[in-house]
Design a protein around this ligand. Structure first.
Ligand code: ATP
Ligand code: MG
Length: 399
């Protein structure tokens, strides 16, 4: 006897009335996609659960992939047996005796198949008695058992489990529309991207770089960050925008105090154009309130003026420490701290305005028209598609 299935629970989805079916279909597709390196493995769904038949494949690598799929609430290794009292007894005994270090247990039967002749409570008693009779080291503890033997009696078969592992939670990527993430090489924006993916949002990236002031390795950093995020869902397009000329024009013609704000406005304007082109309905940034001079509410107000699209800022209320904790956990931290120059760190003004005024910006922007430079930058956009590659995964375990 051995565990031959993985049972998948998707808690939050149950709440989503009308869209439920679309969510479940997407989740099934995403799990199947995460397991694309196992062509023989199929994900099946039935009565509020999903099942993976292992077909002799070791469970650990499959579990590891599944633990990164948003929308999964928890997972269990399961033993499938026939809907017969004797088989269920045998299976429960296997599950209990295979639990390392357990001294106390509890049996929890769920009878999904109401056609099964023995009711859950009665079945709990029968199995508890069977386990006590056939072992000598275990006792029952219904409140704090070392191991809970879960038994799900379903339409065609019964599944027996002794462990429950937490899944990534959230919603399946692809059910929440698309957002364009402004991805720098820093710590924050990849975390912002991760959190949006967790809400079911599919990402594309835009990155502004300033060669030769920023190096190839700085660009590689952004591609590597994106690659890490693909571990949580499919493939992601990265749009690279050459920003050197624009930055030079801005810093040449605008007062130093306002150059940073105007540069951000230009970034957002270009990003919005990419959204229109790609049919994307929102932008995401890694901004966090008060973190630096350029991230005050006045600054956000001044920058945000150029676009009508929602600008999502999932980190807005987080402390730097919290952001760093996230970034270490999802595997982007070590990439983010590589010491290559970012376009914003090169042209950084000594004292940017912390309280920029829209009226002043309007006056300043009347003097120079950046549109031709923006159009040129967009025309020179380079797009790279990053596909999830299991072999190079480095994410280990969601806490
Ligand atoms: P991060 O750690 O994400 O770089 P930060 O704390 O350094 O953020 P800023 O430099 O003020 O903050 O940037 C704020 C946000 O603007 C970033 O989180 C990112 O979304 C966007 N951004 C900054 N620089 C770039 C860039 N070169 N390309 C694309 N987006 C950028
Ligand atoms: Mg930065």
């Amino acid at each position: 006897m051995h565990y031959d299935h993985i049972l998948i629970r998707y808690g939050e989805l149950a709440l989503k009335g009308k869209n439920k079916n679309q969510f479940i279909t997407q989740l099934q597709r995403n799990i199947q996609q995460a397991l694309k390196h196992y062509p023989d493995i199929r994900v099946k769904r039935s009565q509020g659960r999903m099942f993976i038949e292992l077909n002799g494949q070791g469970p650990e690598p499959i579990m590891k992939q599944c633990k990164k799929v948003f929308g999964i609430y928890s997972l269990s290794l399961a033993l499938k047996v026939e809907n017969e009292e004797s088989s269920i007894k045998e299976g429960a005994l296997f599950a209990l005796t295979g639990s390392p270090n357990a001294k106390t247990f509890k049996v929890s039967v769920r009878r999904v198949n109401k056609g099964f002749p023995i009711r859950s409570q009665e079945m709990n008693r029968i199995l508890g008695a069977h386990l006590l009779k056939n072992t000598s080291i275990y006792t029952v503890n219904v409140h704090e058992p070392d191991v809970e033997i879960k038994v799900e009696i379903r339409e065609k078969a019964t599944y027996i489990m002794s462990t429950v592992v937490r899944g990534a939670g959230g919603l399946p990527v692809g059910t929440g529309g698309k957002s364009l993430l402004l991805l720098s090489g820093g710590i924050d924006s990849p975390v912002a991207g991760y959190l949006m993916m967790k809400r079911g949002v599919q990402l594309e990236m835009v990155h502004f770089h300033s060669p030769p002031f920023t190096s190839e390795r700085a660009k590689q950093k952004v591609l590597d960050l994106t690659k890490t995020l693909t571990e949580f869902g499919g493939s992601i397009n990265v749009h690279l925008i050459p920003f050197t000329t624009l930055q030079q024009e801005i810093f040449k013609s605008m007062p130093e105090r306002y150059a940073m704000t105007i540069m951000r406005r230009v970034m957002l304007t270009i990003s919005e154009k990419i959204c229109h082109e790609k049919n994307i309905l929102s932008l995401t940034t890694g901004e966090s309130l008060g973190q630096v001079a350029s991230q005050t509410l006045a600054s956000m107000n001044a920058i945000n003026e150029v676009t009508n699209l929602p600008v999502l800022r999932p980190l807005v209320a987080l402390d730097k420490e919290e952001i760093i904790t996230h970034s270490k956990r999802i595997g982007t931290y070590d990439i983010s701290i590589r010491p290559y120059e970012d376009c914003c760190t090169i042209f950084v003004p000594k004292s940017p305005a912390t309280n920029p005024k829209r009226e002043i910006i309007h006056e300043l922007e009347k003097k120079v028209d950046f549109t031709p430079f923006m159009n040129e930058a967009i025309a020179k956009k380079e797009t790279i598609k990053i596909v999830h590659n299991v072999q190079s995964d480095h994410f280990d375990e969601l806490l």
